[in-house]
Design a protein around this ligand. Structure first.
Ligand code: AHR
Length: 341
């Protein structure tokens, strides 16, 4: 009897044990298959290697944000590198994207030259490349396409405003100071060329000084501080500065800071800037600027369209320009909406 009881007890324990073990194995298998499903969708995710040049302006920060937001909305992953304004860092980052075998490489070339070798390496590894914001001097077979702003048109828009503004000033000499963007960057070159394309046809205009401000606010202020210190005002030697054409907002805002600190009135000087950051639009409304040409940083959604196409082996247009507008002192400011950057 005692033996029978023990047998029954061990038997019951055994059955419970087998039941728990079976349950454990079932749960484990279920969990594994769930993980496998996740792994599969994870591995289907497109991966972009994205080399950005830095965080030098609100424009730039918005540009990066637009790309991240759009990628998130499409479930696309980004391997990101901030080059901190150095081409050498960009070259390293692109090479690491090649080793990682990302699906598409996207980069903002800080300068126009010096990309041939690394792009040939990407091509050899069958990784398509999309160039954004600034253009490059390489054979077109080395990248899929370009997406960004039209710097030449931006320069022309600045010049159109100036010509209109000066239309009644016959036979007067009009002296221009230019604050230029990063040397050897396509965007600084094209803005300067677009501006000159219209201005050079009019003999009233005279460039009295042009200096590289590297697209930085600190440089804009530094350049203006020096001009004021060396010339005793808003002039170069004996010539008044009638017009300031600045290639971007941070340099313009730095320049305005310098004028304010030095208590120099600028109401007789026409100041034209490019980007349309909120702070510069506010300065336009306050009458401190006369014209701001928009440079559109929100290229994320269009970029993702192009990324999906090249990843699927499709061709994309050689060049896609963003839509851009111009803000001037003649506008009805009540129609302006917040810029968001
Ligand atoms: O390449 C675009 C330019 O770079 C923007 O005008 C400027 O603000 C940025 O630094």
């Amino acid at each position: 009897m005692e033996k029978l009881k023990k047998l029954f007890l061990f038997g019951s324990i055994g059955i419970v044990f087998i039941f728990i073990a079976a349950l454990f194995i079932t749960l484990k298998l279920f969990n594994q298959s769930e993980n496998n499903t996740l792994d599969a969708s994870e591995s289907e995710k497109l991966i972009i290697g994205f080399s950005q040049i830095g965080t030098e302006s609100s424009w730039r920060i918005q540009n990066t944000k637009s790309i991240f937001d759009a990628a998130k909305a499409r479930n696309i992953e980004i391997l990101y590198d901030d080059a901190k304004q150095k081409q050498s860092n960009q070259l390293k980052a692109i090479r690491s994207f090649i080793v990682y075998q990302v699906d598409v490489i996207v980069f903002v070339p800080i300068v126009s030259d010096g990309w041939d070798n690394v792009l040939q390496e990407a091509k050899d590894a069958n990784i398509p490349v999309i160039v954004i914001d600034r253009q490059i001097n390489v054979h077109s077979s080395l990248y899929a396409g370009f997406l960004g702003e039209n710097g030449f048109e931006e320069g022309k828009s600045a010049a159109k405003f100036l010509l209109q503004k000066c239309k009644n000033l016959e036979n007067e000499k009009i002296n221009i100071l230019e604050l230029a963007g990063t040397a050897n960057s396509s965007i600084a070159v094209s803005r300067a060329e677009g501006f000159r394309y219209l201005i050079d046809k009019d003999s009233r205009f005279n460039f009295i000084h042009s200096e590289d401000g590297d697209f930085l606010r600190s440089r804009g202020k530094e350049i203006m501080d020096k001009i004021i210190l060396e010339n005793g005002g808003l002039k170069i030697g004996e010539q008044n500065i009638d017009v300031i054409f600045s290639h971007n907002d941070p340099m313009t805002l730095g320049l305005l800071e310098s004028l304010e600190e030095n208590k120099i009135a600028s109401n007789k000087t026409v100041i034209i800037s490019i980007d349309a950051e909120q702070e510069s639009i506010d300065s336009l409304k306050e009458g401190k600027l006369n014209c701001v040409v928009e440079c559109n940083p929100n290229l994320g959604p269009t970029l993702m369209d192009l990324v999906e196409k090249v990843a699927a082996g499709e061709k994309i247009p050689r060049t896609t320009y963003m839509k851009e507008t111009v803000f001037t002192e003649n506008d009805d400011f009540s129609t302006y909406t917040p810029r968001g950057y």
